[in-house]
Design a protein around this ligand. Structure first.
Ligand code: UD1
Length: 365
């Protein structure tokens, strides 16, 4: 029997797990492939990591590098060192990195320098805002990857403009939608709304974790005032990210948030519970990248608290709108007056992305 191809699937942080899960399941079916899950340990809390493995029916990571938190340089450097060592001890035939977190760049760099081919899934996204750490990670990862798997035509164009050869770029679709569709049936059984006593389309979901929104006390305070105002009109559910939680505590704003009527605060939620909550919400108010895509697929209005997005297709073809602290209240008033949007289809956001990747890999390898 020919040798099986050893494929590292690198995952590090919460938004990565739903990107590797469909690919893991698809590769596992293939006789020629051995998928190996490498968790760098960038996210380590149960609610940010292990809960996602359970919900996405993945085994425990085969290898956990246990890196944890730190400054950008520390985190990136620690992953770089640990992943290089792993590759030297047990060399993979291909390293697949996803998304745009610090570990994405670090593993791509370590593998590339050892002449291990690197594939980047979710390549080509650009916010054109270099103050975002993720933008730096995206540009650098794309510039060294051998295979670039993109979700949409804008991503292909961005890569070509940066001089990346056309024959390295494969438009495969949006892998997150694979996970969303995969978990749909079991999600229906999830009773998070019952637990929180919520009525369908009678509440908004809030998530905030970008440094630009949660690292300064002034901005955090303004955001809390905004949430207080919105909560006078409609119930809000706010699952709090660890970075945001830490900063709320540090700035003594957590108490104020707890006192707000009509605002439900929870810990960061596991995947299925969170997607269930989103799919029955009236709207999402967020600074996340993935939620812009998930709401677009589900037909839930999304207001993104950012100046830009690396996912412009969610605005032109989905349900997303950019907003800011000053306009968000007006934007929410407007959307509450309109009926729910109709679901729109975005090409290749269809639950078949992992299959397309496996087919193209089979041909290539
Ligand atoms: C990271 C990614 C971001 C992604 C986000 C999703 C980078 C540069 N950023 O940001 O792109 O959208 O994940 O969540 O890679 N912490 C915990 N428990 C955990 C993880 C983190 O308490 O399981 C705390 C850490 O102490 C740290 C803070 O949260 O101080 C932020 O974590 P970090 O991984 O540095 O970045 P995120 O803000 O989560």
């Amino acid at each position: 029997m020919p040798k099986k191809i050893r494929i590292h699937l690198v995952a590090a942080a919460r938004p990565n797990f739903m990107k590797i899960a469909p690919l893991y399941h698809a590769l596992k079916q293939e006789r020629w492939a051995t998928p190996i899950i490498i968790h760098t340990g960038q996210h380590y809390d149960k609610s940010m990591s292990a809960a996602f493995f359970t919900d996405l029916r993945m085994p425990k990571p085969h290898i956990n590098l246990g890196i944890g938190s730190g400054t950008h340089a520390q985190q990136t450097a620690n992953v770089l060192i640990a992943y290089e060592k792993l590759c030297l001890d047990s060399r993979p035939d291909l390293t697949i990195v996803v998304g745009d977190v610090n570990s994405t760049l670090a593993c791509a760099l370590a593998a590339t320098k050892l002449n291990i081919p690197v594939a980047h899934l979710e390549a080509g996204l650009r916010s054109f805002d270099r103050s975002m750490p993720e933008e730096i990670n995206r540009i650098l990862t794309d510039s060294i990857a051998n295979i670039l798997w993109t979700p949409s035509p804008d991503a292909d164009k961005n890569l070509q403009k940066e001089g990346i050869a056309k024959n390295k770029i494969y438009r495969v679709g949006n892998i997150m939608i694979d996970s969303l569709i995969m978990s749909q049936k079991s999600r229906r059984k999830d009773s998070i709304e019952k637990k929180l006593k919520l009525k369908k389309q009678n509440y908004g979901v809030v998530t905030l974790h970008r440094p630009s929104n949660v690292d300064s006390k002034i901005t955090l305070r303004q955001l809390i005032t905004l949430l207080e105002q919105i909560a006078k009109k409609i119930t809000l559910v706010f699952p709090v990210h660890p970075r945001t939680f830490k900063n709320l505590k540090k700035t003594h704003l957590l108490k104020q948030l707890h006192r707000t009527k009509n605002l439900i605060i929870t810990e960061a939620l596991p995947y299925k519970a969170f997607m269930h909550l989103i799919s029955n919400a009236r709207f999402a108010l967020t600074d996340s990248g993935g939620i812009q895509e998930e709401t677009s697929y589900l037909g839930i209005p999304c207001l993104t608290l950012r100046n830009n997005t690396e996912r412009p297709i969610t605005i032109t073809a989905g349900t997303n709108k950019l907003t800011n602290i000053h306009n968000a209240r007006k934007d929410i008033d407007k959307l509450l007056q309109k009926p729910m949007p109709k679901k729109k289809k975005i090409p290749l956001w269809d639950g078949q992305t992992a299959k397309r990747i496996v087919t193209s890999l089979r041909r290539m390898l």
